[in-house]
Design a protein around this ligand. Structure first.
Ligand SMILES: Cc1cc2nc3c(=O)[nH]c(=O)nc-3n(C[C@H](O)[C@H](O)[C@H](O)COP(=O)(O)OP(=O)(O)OC[C@H]3O[C@@H](n4cnc5c(N)ncnc54)[C@H](O)[C@@H]3O)c2cc1C
Length: 448
């Protein structure tokens, strides 16, 4: 067992009873190091093993688009766990309360959970730790190098983080775990009625599910294979061109933990694809993604103006009073009713498809800064829209990407100009010089 990946959140007395993995961020059976560690513990103590998932019925503005994607993936998790003799139990309500109650009522002897740097999961975990008197462990099954091992502090930029990560990668890149048939059964009763659950769930239904992407582990594996065989070789050339679908489209799967980043990295590394493209992809998947977790873990105010670097706060404050040529409110932005057809197309792509192209995300967020009354307001609106419409929203990479665009987190100072101060600016003209803007707008228009 690689204990370097595990943190003890609470010591506890040895007692008999089932071991439970509280699944939250890593919603998969394959390549799941938290589940594997839970199974090892259960095997050592000859105990039954169960997986619980606690469904919060309100989660940072998530709509049926995100709930549907998640629940359909969990349905697959339940089925795959049953095949290896591990019951899957769905709880409903506040996870901090429900998981504690479940552990008490079922005489659970040890609890293992996966790691997230975001406030909600940390607060639920804190509640569980306060309430239970059993050993509780946290495993980072999401990052290749456990977030707290990669660095003990908030990193300034990719250039300071990259060498630390690279030094540790060999230690944490070992074989991915297998889950075996569990020999100590736990008959915990009936399964979940998924259709009914989805039908009756009291969530915002005005942001509908999308059908271009298939949720779950199988869908993720297919998407990865398609990417490896097709787009990976030209990733370096195509990824910043929004007229081409040159990205992997793995972010929704990575967000819900339906695929392990370590598995993706391994398959990309092993592929015979062009080395420049492989390196470019691994920089995004490993360095940038894990840097986002680092930012959210060590900066509790990751979704606020206070999280910006001091120089960025100074320069944005100095330009707070600059006249804005255009001002739009949240509703106008949400409806994509600005004077800028490129921005409107990006907004529409997000609303209809649930995934805006990566290059357009930067332009989109920076224009919100340009067209609203203050950086605080820009940040609030960008987070609201991102979390409401993106399938991969409510993710450290989202909070960090928005903080990068509006508050220069992980970026450097650029030439000073109105509103932005020394924060990097992006223009329509710049976009036009990089790709065929009209073709992107037409492509989005064809979505409906
Ligand atoms: C304003 C803004 C908002 C963003 N919101 C989100 C969000 O809500 N959720 C989200 O997952 N990402 C977000 N990103 C980061 C990035 O744009 C997306 O991860 C990427 O576009 C997802 O598409 P893909 O999986 O096809 O990416 P690919 O280009 O195929 O990259 C593969 C993986 O690398 C990681 N990655 C790529 N670019 C970045 C990046 N800049 N920062 C961190 N990780 C990266 C992602 O895990 C991605 O799935 C945001 C970026 C910005 C500038």
């Amino acid at each position: 067992m690689n204990l370097d990946r595990l943190r003890i959140l609470k010591e506890g007395r040895d007692k008999e009873g089932p071991v439970v993995y509280w699944m939250s961020r890593d919603q998969r059976v394959r390549d799941n190091r938290a589940l594997a560690i839970a199974q090892e513990m259960a095997l050592e103590s000859r105990s039954p093993l169960g997986v619980v998932f606690s469904l919060a019925e309100e989660f940072l503005g998530a709509a049926v688009r995100q709930y549907g994607f998640m629940l359909r993936g969990l349905q697959e998790v339940e089925r795959d766990l049953l095949e290896v003799g591990i019951p899957f139990l769905l709880l409903r309500g506040d996870p901090g309360e429900e998981v504690s109650k479940f552990a008490e009522e079922n005489g659970v002897c040890a609890l293992i959970t996966d790691f997230s740097p975001l406030k909600a999961k940390r607060s639920w975990t804190g509640d569980v730790v306060d309430r239970l008197e059993i050993p509780i462990y946290e495993v980072d099954a999401h990052n290749i190098v456990p977030c707290w091992r990669a660095s003990p502090k908030q990193e300034y930029a990719a250039r300071t983080f990259r060498p630390k990560l690279k030094r540790l990668l060999p230690q944490f890149c070992g074989e991915l775990p297998d889950i075996r048939v569990h020999p100590h059964p736990w008959d915990h009763g009936g399964g979940v009625d998924w259709d009914r659950l989805l039908r009756d769930l009291n969530v915002d239904r005005s942001v509908p599910e999308v059908d271009w992407i298939k949720p779950g582990e199988m869908g993720a594996a297919t998407a990865l294979n398609r990417f490896l065989r097709g787009k990976l070789s030209s990733y370096d050339r195509d990824r910043n061109d929004p007229t081409i679908d040159g990205q992997s489209n793995l972010s929704p799967y990575l967000h819900f933990g339906m695929i392990s980043a370590a598995r993706v990295a391994l398959e990309v590394y092993r592929s015979g694809a062009d080395p420049v493209s492989r390196a470019a992809f691994l920089e995004e998947l490993v360095v940038r993604r894990e840097l986002s977790d680092n930012f959210c873990l060590y900066n509790r105010r990751y979704d606020s103006f206070d999280a910006f670097p001091d120089w960025a706060k100074v320069t944005l404050n100095a330009h707070r009073g600059d006249p804005r040529e255009r001002l739009y409110d949240q509703k106008e932005l949400e409806r994509g009713e600005t004077h800028d057809d490129l921005w409107n197309a990006a907004q529409k792509e997000m609303v209809l498809r649930g995934k805006m192209h990566g290059y357009m995300r930067m332009y989109w967020a920076k224009k919100i800064l340009e067209w609203t009354e203050s950086p605080q307001e820009a940040l609030r609106i960008a987070i609201y829209l991102n979390d409401r419409y993106e399938l991969d929203g409510r993710d450290p990479s989202g909070y960090t990407g928005i903080a990068w665009s509006i508050g220069a987190v992980h970026d450097r100072a650029w030439g000073e100009r109105e509103i932005f101060g020394k924060v990097r600016y992006m223009s329509y003209k710049g976009a036009k010089s990089k790709f065929d803007v009209g073709s992107y707008i037409d492509r989005v228009a064809s979505l409906g």
